[in-house]
Design a protein around this ligand. Structure first.
Ligand code: PMV
Length: 357
C-alpha cells in the first residue's frame, strides 16, 4: 500500500479548535515486535474499551514566527513536561504527512478518565485522541471525506505515535496488521472488520486489576526491539497469525472455551517472549501470579467463563460476559482485590470507539 494517500494538504491554514474522546483498548492477539516506521511484525486484534478514555482539545493557530513554540501541552490543566518528548516525537513523525503543521502552533489540553499513574497504558488513547483532532482540522477543508476515510487517516497517524493507538479509533473489535483472514487488514492503519461478532462480545466486561501502579519496568519501545533477533521470533509470528484465525472463529461463533484458551495463551506468550529475550524481563509479580491461579481455580470450580489477559506489565485484565457480572464481581471483590495495590481496580467494558465532543 502506498502511503501517499496519507499526505495531507499543505495549503490548509487558519484557526480551528476541536475536541475528541478516544478509548483505550486491550489486545487479545498481541502486537509485539515492529519494523520500519512503526509497522507491526504480526497482526493483532483488540477489544475497544468504553470507560478508560482520553479527552483532548486542540486549538490550531497560524504560527506568527517560525521560532514560535510548536505546541504547548497541558495534562489535567497543568504543564507536565515529562510528556513533551513523546509528543515532540509524534509531531516529528507526522510532519511529513501533515505539512501544514509546520505553519501552525497547537495548544493541546488532555485528560484521562482513569488515574494517570495507575499503570494503565494511556499512550493508545492519548495518541488516538490527538490524531483525531489533527484529522478533524484537515477535514474542515474536505467536506467530501467520509467518516471512514477520516478514521483511517486518524488510525494511520495515531500509529506513528504508538502502534497500539492505531486500534483506539472505532470498535468493538479492531484489527491492525495484514492478515489473510481479514481481507481489508493492513499494516498502516487498523480496521473495524465488518464481521458479525457474536452478541456476547458486544458488551464484554473488562475489570482491570491494578497490581502495580508504577512506571513500566520496560518501555514498549525497548520491548519491541527485543524481538529483533529473538530466538523464538519466527515461531511467535506464526503463532500470532494462527491464533488470529482461530480467534476470529471464536468471536463469530461465541465459542467461549476457545476464546479463553486463545486469550490466555496470547497473554502468556507475550510474557514468555519477554522472559526469553536478551536481556530478559519478568514483568509479572507475585500478586499477578496469585490472581492467575485464583482465576483458573474459580473457573474450574464454577464453570463460569472468567479469563485474563495481560499487557506488558503486572496488571491483570479480567474478561467475562455481562450476564455473569454479579457472581464474578463478587469473586473479584472478595478474593482478588486484596492482591491489588491499594485495592485499586477499574471496571470497564467493550465500547464502540472515539467520539467528537
Ligand atoms: O503500542 P505500544 O508500542 O505501546 O505496544 C503495545 C504492546 C502491547 O500492549 C503489549 C500489546 C498490544 O497489542 O497492545
Amino acid at each position: 500500500m502506498s502511503t501517499n494517500s496519507f499526505v495531507f494538504d499543505a495549503s490548509i491554514e487558519g484557526h480551528f479548535q476541536t475536541q475528541w474522546q478516544a478509548p483505550s483498548n486491550i489486545a487479545l492477539i498481541k502486537y509485539w515486535g515492529k519494523h520500519g516506521q512503526q509497522l507491526p511484525q504480526n497482526p493483532s486484534i483488540s477489544f475497544t474499551l468504553s470507560q478508560c478514555v482520553t479527552t483532548t482539545k486542540v486549538s490550531f493557530s497560524p504560527r506568527e514566527e517560525l521560532n514560535d513554540k510548536h505546541f504547548e501541552f497541558l495534562f489535567d490543566q497543568k504543564k507536565q513536561s515529562e510528556f513533551y518528548p513523546k509528543i515532540q516525537l509524534f509531531m516529528d513523525r507526522i510532519m511529513p504527512y501533515f505539512p501544514a503543521l509546520e505553519g501552525h502552533s497547537l495548544s493541546i489540553s488532555s485528560q484521562n478518565s482513569f488515574p494517570h499513574s495507575s499503570g494503565i497504558a494511556s499512550s493508545a488513547s492519548a495518541m488516538a485522541a490527538m490524531a483525531l483532532c489533527i484529522v478533524d482540522f484537515e477535514r474542515q477543508f474536505h467536506s467530501d471525506w467520509s467518516m471512514e476515510a477520516s478514521f483511517q487517516k486518524a488510525s494511520f497517524l495515531a500509529r506513528l505515535g504508538s502502534g497500539s493507538a492505531a486500534r483506539s479509533i472505532s470498535g468493538p473489535l479492531m484489527v491492525w496488521g495484514q492478515s489473510d483472514v481479514f481481507p481489508q487488514s493492513n499494516d498502516h492503519f487498523a480496521i473495524a472488520p465488518s464481521e458479525e461478532w457474536h452478541h456476547i462480545f458486544h458488551d464484554y466486561q473488562d475489570t482491570v486489576l491494578i497490581v502495580d501502579k508504577g512506571q513500566k519496568r520496560v518501555s514498549s519501545t525497548v520491548g519491541h526491539k527485543l524481538m529483533q533477533g529473538h530466538p523464538f521470533a519466527t515461531q511467535r509470528i506464526e503463532q500470532a497469525n494462527t491464533h488470529l484465525k482461530q480467534l476470529k472463529n471464536a468471536l463469530t461463533s461465541g465459542d467461549l472455551e476457545l476464546f479463553i484458551y486463545l486469550t490466555e495463551a496470547e497473554a502468556l506468550s507475550l510474557h514468555a517472549m519477554m522472559m526469553t529475550s536478551s536481556p530478559s524481563f519478568v514483568l509479572m509479580q507475585p500478586n499477578t501470579l496469585a490472581i492467575l491461579q485464583k482465576v483458573w481455580d474459580y473457573r474450574a470450580q464454577t464453570g463460569l467463563p472468567l479469563c485474563f489477559t495481560l499487557d506488558a506489565g503486572a496488571n491483570v485484565h479480567l474478561l467475562y460476559p455481562l450476564k455473569d457480572r454479579t457472581p464474578i464481581l463478587d469473586f473479584i471483590q472478595k478474593e482478588l482485590v486484596f492482591h491489588c495495590q491499594q485495592g485499586q481496580y477499574i471496571e470497564d467494558q467493550v465500547g464502540n470507539g472515539a467520539k467528537k465532543i
